[in-house]
Design a protein around this ligand. Structure first.
Ligand SMILES: [Zn+2]
Length: 285
């Protein structure tokens, strides 16, 4: 797979970069950092993260090809918690002239996962802390029918026919998505970074890594920064834990080379982000 994928990726970049050939780039430290991740990621994951508690899926960000995996049936749809929030947000944006609202979070009393209020949030801030109160208010104004075209255009599974507002923000089990489709959907999100409604989502993922639920990732990265979305979902393992933590990382954030989707049994998403941060730290060395 490696050499074939590599060739495809090279040719893919060649075609995409044709207009840039008139301005040849000289090799820079940036290029060196980029190759660092793709070369070291798979062996480090295989050596340290192929455990019963941890599942991972590593994709090449250029081709979407699977570079490494330790995930039983990664094509099988499962609940993935707040990883669905960007797609519900896009359904809202489609119906509201691509504008996003400001809502106030009153903490647990207002249906957030966090006891303390997050206060007034715009979409990027809400993505960065994965505020449930913000997304509940947004999802109240989004129908399942409005989510369907977004889900289909990003290649993820539809929410069940009887999905509620809670399901559209990633609670419960009515919106199950396969890990491979989810990882590729985030890659597609990045590819559409210049389309209306997308950049506030990516800004939220940047902020998540800087100071939100994904802060454990950027803390561990010395020479790069990441785009991160965390999620906490119903555990699908046997025996069952109260929850499973998920984290989706695109790195480096300005020109992603890899997509890492990691699941840790029995923790919340922010804790899964710590594992991803540790793995990325090792990949840099
Ligand atoms: Zn909140």
């Amino acid at each position: 797979m490696d050499s074939l994928t590599g060739k495809r990726a090279v040719w893919g970049s060649f075609i995409l970069l044709l207009p840039a050939l008139a301005f040849p780039r000289t090799p820079s430290s940036h290029d060196a950092k980029q190759s660092l991740f793709s070369q070291s990621a798979a062996p480090i994951l295989e050596r340290h993260y192929a455990t019963p508690e941890t599942s991972y899926l590593l994709l090449d960000a250029n081709s979407g090809a699977v570079l490494a995996s330790h995930w039983d049936h990664y094509e099988k749809p499962i609940p993935m918690g707040s990883l669905v929030k960007p797609f519900t947000a896009l359904a809202y944006a489609d119906a509201h002239a691509f504008g996003y609202p400001v809502y106030e979070c009153k903490g647990k009393a207002g249906g957030c996962w966090q006891e303390q209020p997050h206060g007034k949030l715009d979409l990027a801030a809400a993505i960065s802390v994965s505020c449930n109160a913000y997304f509940r208010q947004m999802a109240d104004r989004v129908s399942r029918e409005q989510v369907l075209p977004v889900a289909r255009s990003f290649g993820i599974e539809d929410p069940d026919g009887d999905s509620t507002t809670s399901n559209l923000i990633g609670l419960g089990e009515a919106w199950r998505i396969s890990p491979i489709h989810m990882a590729r959907a985030y890659l597609e999100l990045f590819r559409r970074r210049n389309q209306p409604g997308v950049s506030p989502i990516l800004e939220g993922m940047r902020l998540s890594a800087v100071r939100g639920t994904g802060a454990a990732v950027d803390r561990q990265l010395e020479h790069a920064a990441a785009l991160v979305k965390t999620g906490t979902a119903v555990c699908t393992h046997s025996p069952r834990a109260p929850a499973d933590g998920f984290v989706l990382v695109l790195v480096p954030r300005d020109e992603p080379e890899i997509v890492l989707l990691l699941r840790v049994h029995g923790v919340v998403g922010a804790t899964a982000a710590e594992s991803a941060g540790q793995a990325l730290h090792q990949m840099q060395e």
